[in-house]
Ligand binder design. Structure first.
Ligand code: FAD
Length: 202
């Protein structure tokens, strides 16, 4: 049976966070949808943390599947500076059942950062002990919840710009329909005048 590996990498988000509420960023929602759609058939499990413009992802699975996904991740323009922090063989996956657990910035991560003397999540500054502590926290968070219900892929929240785009499209359709209706009524008026002038109508 092929051996299972765990890879931990970090990267910088290339998009600006525009969601002041606690809801999931639309871009991250899309990433989670892709992960949860693709990972099960590739035998991959893992966890994704996003905070202060940085990603911290743990992926577990067979070497070939991890290599293939890494190749894809390196091409993804939604993040950059992808840096592998660790990669090694493991006995059992610790995120079994999680095609991609998502952990948003939360108080326990803030507490962990405070214990490192840091106030912002910048994993590029982490030493080995801090990386280990972050993985342990993500494992704890995953063990504390049920994968099935929490992971049901859902459509990412539509952004305000999506809403504006849709409203604009509706307004354009309405304008075209009014122009066509106006043209049709002008044509019927002209036909009525012509018919009247030629004495067809009384
Ligand atoms: P589709 O979803 O059909 O997308 C088609 C193409 O468009 C792909 O090349 C994709 O990269 C690109 N694309 C789609 N949306 C955008 C966008 N908004 N901006 C730029 N390019 C876009 N994928 C996984 O399968 N498993 C993971 O665990 C995983 N983790 C990720 C973690 C991070 C931090 C990021 C940034 C991405 C992650 N992805 C993951 C996404 C991965 O990089 C690929 O985009 C995805 O696997 C492609 O899925 P697909 O082949 O089904 O293509």
């Amino acid at each position: 049976m092929p051996q299972c590996e765990r890879i931990v990498y970090i990267s910088r988000a290339a998009f600006a966070a525009n969601n002041p509420s606690s809801a999931v960023e639309p871009e991250i929602g899309r990433i989670l949808m892709q992960s949860r759609r693709n990972n099960p058939s590739r035998g991959l499990v893992g966890v994704l943390y996003y905070g202060d413009g940085h990603f911290f992802q743990v992926l577990e699975g067979e070497r070939a599947a991890i290599d293939a996904l890494l190749g894809t991740l390196l091409q993804d323009t939604r993040h950059g500076d992808l840096t592998v922090l660790s990669r090694h063989a493991i006995g059992q996956p610790s995120f079994a059942g999680w095609s991609m657990k998502y952990v948003p910035a939360s108080d326990d991560v803030k507490k962990l950062l405070a214990s490192f003397g840091q106030s912002r999540f910048d994993p590029y500054q982490f030493d080995d002990a801090q990386i280990g502590a972050m993985i342990a926290l993500l494992q704890q968070r995953s063990a504390a919840s049920e994968p099935a219900a929490a992971e049901a892929p859902s459509e990412p929240r539509r952004s305000i710009s999506d809403d504006h785009e849709q409203a604009g499209r509706r307004a354009r359709y309405a304008l075209w329909i009014s122009v066509i209706a106006l043209l049709l009524s002008m044509i019927s008026m002209m036909m009525a005048i012509l018919i009247y002038r030629r004495g067809i109508l009384p």
